[in-house]
Design a protein around this ligand. Structure first.
Ligand SMILES: [Cu+2]
Length: 125
């Protein structure tokens, strides 16, 4: 009986840990706003315990600006890295950091904090 109880508790713990790691980061998708009669586009990304929105949709071929605003005081999120674009930028706290993003190629591009712990994605289409 004791063994069954321990097994049951172990299973509950494993499920709870799994849920915590994989379940609770809901994806927030935002499509960039087009400005100047569709000649450029920008989106603001709040950096606070992660990226919000974490998925950004950009229109292909329209020059794009990603406006990162880091509120989070932790050094974990002080850099943002787009490995495929060779972007590795410092994000000053409580300041807007504008990053130009090349939209000439359609695709999905991941970005992350400097330690690769928090993730986001830019979709160009
Ligand atoms: Cu980090």
């Amino acid at each position: 009986m004791l063994k069954v109880m321990i097994l049951l508790i172990a299973v509950i713990l494993i499920v709870a840990i799994g849920w915590w790691f994989f379940g609770h980061h809901q994806e927030k998708i935002m499509t960039a706003r087009l400005n100047n009669n569709g000649q450029d586009q920008k989106v603001r990304i709040e950096v606070n315990g992660g990226y919000s929105p974490s998925t950004i949709v950009l229109k292909k071929g329209v020059p794009a600006e990603l406006d990162f605003y880091r509120k989070d005081p932790s050094s974990c999120l002080e850099r943002v890295v787009f490995p495929e674009q060779g972007i590795n930028e410092q994000l000053p706290q409580n300041q807007l950091r504008q990053i130009d993003f090349d939209t000439s190629q359609a695709g999905e591009y991941e970005f992350a904090c400097g330690m690769n712990m928090f993730h986001g994605k830019v979709i160009v289409k």
